[in-house]
Ligand binder design. Structure first.
Ligand code: UT7
Length: 318
């Protein structure tokens, strides 16, 4: 039986940093409020002209280097993003052209903050059925482009970044399971009300009922982690690391409590980059792999939750 395993990880944050103190000068907020309510201390924002694919290419090349895979060897690209460079060609195909892996399937999908989980799940299936051997899975965003920087309820949260993993076939299980979900009944709680078919609104901006999103996120992520463990017949004590979506430290802490995991076993990077949507899980994963916390053989639970709502988990033997 073929399984997929993570052969390498990579990430990239744009150079420009906006701190909470910078935001104090832009909207009616304080560093104290942002840190205590969200855990965020700073965020990175793309430069003028710097796009989602620019960030993704840097993350992808780092992941390929870590995996020892040449760009031309990539034979499948799944790219999660809600902030594509263009309506089309899709970001996966734009990245494929830059990497020079011509003719391979390459696509992007827009499941908001769960974009990387969806992309990972699809790539895992392609590897397991033998149709891909070197899959590049990306989560990348330039949310700063759809953030209203005069709206304190969202400006303090969202930002830009990219993360990537390379999946390859393995005899031993790497990705043990993925579970994906959506529930469009919550579509009005978190959305960007602009689009090609509906028409572009004068104000292209994320709208969020933060407090209500918070409550549903905690409940759904709690169920998602139970589901992942039950599907694998594992007790929560088997987990080495939780690699959660980096939206709010309080949501992360609630999921950790549910798993009875001390925060030392939880990868937290939200303070460094805020909510980067589809990029947040692969960014956190890459940070912890590179700083040596996550080691080969560790059991990881990845999870994300976002607009739609969409959410999902992956249980991974690294
Ligand atoms: O990744 C996709 C999923 N998204 C999320 O997971 C985000 C989920 N939601 C959250 O993270 C939190 O709900 C927020 C961080 C957005 C807000 O935190 P909260 O503890 O839920 O605050 P709240 O919305 O209940 O607002 C509390 C107070 C309000 O003032 P009053 O009515 O109590 O006087 C807000 O007006 O905080 C005020 N407030 C702010 N104050 C200073 C809201 N935003 C700010 C701000 N600075 N930036």
């Amino acid at each position: 039986m073929i399984h997929s395993r993570i052969a390498g990880t990579g990430s990239h944050l744009p150079e420009k940093v906006i701190t909470n103190f910078d935001l104090e000068k832009m909207v009616d907020t304080t560093d104290e409020w942002i840190r205590s309510r969200t855990g965020i201390e700073r965020r990175h924002v793309a430069a003028d002209g710097e796009t989602t694919v620019d960030l993704a290419e840097k993350a992808a090349r780092r992941a390929l280097e870590a995996a020892g895979v040449a760009p031309a060897e990539v034979d499948f690209i799944a790219f999660g993003t809600t902030t594509p460079d263009l309506v089309f060609p899709n970001c996966g195909t734009l990245l494929q052209q830059r990497l020079g892996c011509r003719g391979v399937p390459a696509f992007s999908l827009e499941t908001a903050c769960a974009g990387f989980m969806y992309a990972l799940s699809i790539a895992d299936k392609y590897i397991r059925c033998g149709e891909a051997r070197r899959a590049l899975v990306i989560g990348a965003e330039t949310l700063s482009r759809i953030t209203d920087w005069s709206d304190r309820s969202t400006a303090v949260l969202f930002a830009d970044g990219a993360g990537a993993v390379v999946l390859e076939p393995s005899d031993a299980p790497g990705v043990l399971s993925t579970h994906l979900h959506s529930d469009g009944q919550y579509k009005d709680l978190l959305y960007c009300g602009s689009g090609v078919s509906r028409g572009f609104a004068a104000r292209l901006a994320i709208v969020m009922a933060g407090n209500e999103v918070f409550k549903v996120a905690v409940t759904k992520l709690g169920s998602a982690v139970d589901e992942a463990l039950a599907a694998n017949g594992l007790d929560r004590s088997a987990l080495d690391w939780l690699v959660p979506h980096q939206a709010n430290i309080r949501i992360i802490q609630a999921t950790a409590r549910k798993l009875d995991m001390p925060m030392e076993r939880v990868i937290v990077t939200v303070q460094e980059h805020g909510n980067t949507s589809a990029a947040s899980v692969p960014l956190a994963l890459d940070v912890a792999v590179r700083d040596g916390r996550i080691r080969r053989g560790d059991l990881l639970l990845l999870e994300a939750f976002g607009g739609g709502f969409t959410w999902g988990s992956a249980l991974v033997r690294y």
